[in-house]
Design a protein around this ligand. Sequence first.
Ligand code: SF4
Length: 378
Amino acid sequence: MKIRSVFDGGELRRELEESGIDAKFVGIIWKHLLLNLKQKESEWDWEKHVPSLPSSTYSLLRSNFATPLSSSLHSVFHSSDNLTSKLLIKLHNGEFVEAVIMRYDTRLGIYGGKPRPGGPRATLCISSQVGCKMGCNFCATGTMGFKYNLSSGEILEQLVHASSFSQIRNVVFMGMGEPLNNYSAVVEAVRAMTGLPFQLSPKRITISTVGIIHAINKLYNDLPGLNLAVSLHAPAQDIRCQIMPAARAFPLGKLMDSLQEYQRKSLQKILIEYIMLDGVNDEEHHAHQLGKLLETFQVVVNLIPFNSIGTLSQFKPTSEQKVANFQKILRGTYNIRTTVRKQMGQDISGACGQLVVNIPDKSLGNADPLTDIEDLVI
Ligand code: SF4
């Protein structure tokens, strides 16, 4: 029997309505689940931990949904500076996904000679698939192929697990998988995140895509207000195809047209992610090509220092000097806001470089998980 997550909002709502129970109880059920996160599964009692529901709801919950979550927290790794925590989450089918919490204190930075406003905040980087079919050559996840689309509940449960460690303010879909290849589950999960009891602001949720044009074309109508990040990684179609085979199906010209239209509707800046690969896409002429390509857009370019993923990788990182020069051209010649991504959590393999879930095998005495996930942008 399929084990369903009670955080699969669509399924829970349908079950309630088919039993004549008001769907408004969805938010109440979730609120109590969040309040009782520390409760052991073996001691879970729906009546006690989710009180005041219509009595028929309890048998429905017991017989149709996992108790209380469909996934479990397998292990947690904290970086030595405690700014990054990587959660390894086991799904009901035995597969694993990662979610990474990144903690910042904006007051520590200086902007315009003054301390930045704000305060401590935590961003959660989550996965939308186990594996990925896009096969980007610089990405460890690409090497494992596609295995499984997460349900909306499994996506949401990553936020639920993370909430027991930090109060999450931002969510970025930059973990394992291409979110727009699991479109309906991602849309449902984001809608749930912005409702009770999570109540995240849409503008604090970022979906990162390699550029699935047909999905971008409908994204604004389905999820207005969220942030869009595009893994562009090259200023020309031939280089994109060389490092991102899936780009063949999404010609650069058509992708830029689709982004133009998205921006016309959303009136929001688009984040452009650009991984710096030595000798591939990091020369001065590439910076000028990129600047010209983006001249008519409102964008922030995030230059991502490449993390070598061991012997599998055919690429080398760009030198700091070359990254700085690239940034200078985009800023100085094209007036494009350009940042260089900060690396976090490298000691727990939680920094940018993409992900392959590798469970520490205690029987072999190997407690060093090789995992990874794309890091944060906002
Ligand atoms: S970079 Fe993103 S889209 Fe490309 S293979 Fe890795 S996870 Fe998939």
